[in-house]
Design a protein around this ligand. Sequence first.
Ligand SMILES: NCC(=O)CCC(=O)O
Ligand SMILES: [Mg+2]
Length: 307
Amino acid sequence: MVRENTLTVNDLIYPMFVTEGKAQKVEITSMPGCYRYSLDLLLKEIAEVFELGINAIALFPVIPENKKDDTGTQSYNPDGLIQQTVKAIKQAIPEIVVITDVALDPFTSHGHDGLVDENGTILNDPTVEVLVKMALSQAAAGADFVAPSDMMDGRIGAIRQALDAEGYINVGILAYSAKYASAYYGPFRDALDSAPKFGDKKTYQMDAANAKEALKEIELDIAEGADIIMVKPALAYLDIICRVKSATNLPVAAYNVSGEYAMIKAAAQMGWIDEKQVILESLTSMKRAGADLILTYFAKEVALMLM
Ligand SMILES: NCC(=O)CCC(=O)O
Ligand SMILES: [Mg+2]
């Protein structure tokens, strides 16, 4: 009766991986229980999770090496993997909210989220131009929300303007506003084979030591037209979620990232923790910190637990 926060299935967004081909369901080694699905099997899985009450999914594409290039041209191919996948999902289950990732790292041969010059410097503004094309192609395919995860400056405003100009006035923007340069993304990069080939992402993602900078980043994204703002990762950044929540009236999302997932799975496999209780405690802590929405690879398991 006096409990202050309750985790429900409505809070959950399920990140899912799509790969080319047919009849593919390949488990990700460092993320046991998560799979790369080909479209046919992905549609079945989505039907199942929708039935369990999960209302939203976030899609990530696994792009074969031979389709990657220096500038990520496949990212805005109108018939690309993500675009085809979104079309098929919206046709099969129009009610499910489809969120697409806007960033170049799955598509670039170097694994960075942006275009890179000969010295290895990330080129912010030319990258934003590509991100705009990518977001428009996803909106054209039927995405409900585009989710720029690249951390380039000015991309939220540029994408909002382009979406409105092309008539996609009802497509929302979930902004990865405070995204830290985190070692907790390791297993995700295994899932997509997208680890950067040189350097790191510290010139565009945030320093783990900074908190005020997160508030500055969300302020900019809100001013540029974000509809939902995100803090990522979640568990090591609960203080940031809390500060961000008190600084805005927009919905706040937290990304319970792959490394957070893998740590719980590994300890549970060793028999060292009570998996179910640790999952529920972790996700509840994110709600307590102020998250309205949680992107989590545990979404399906949690939906089953909460039934
Ligand atoms: N742009 C999406 C991610 O970087 C996900 C990271 C993770 O789950 O580790
Ligand atoms: Mg920013």
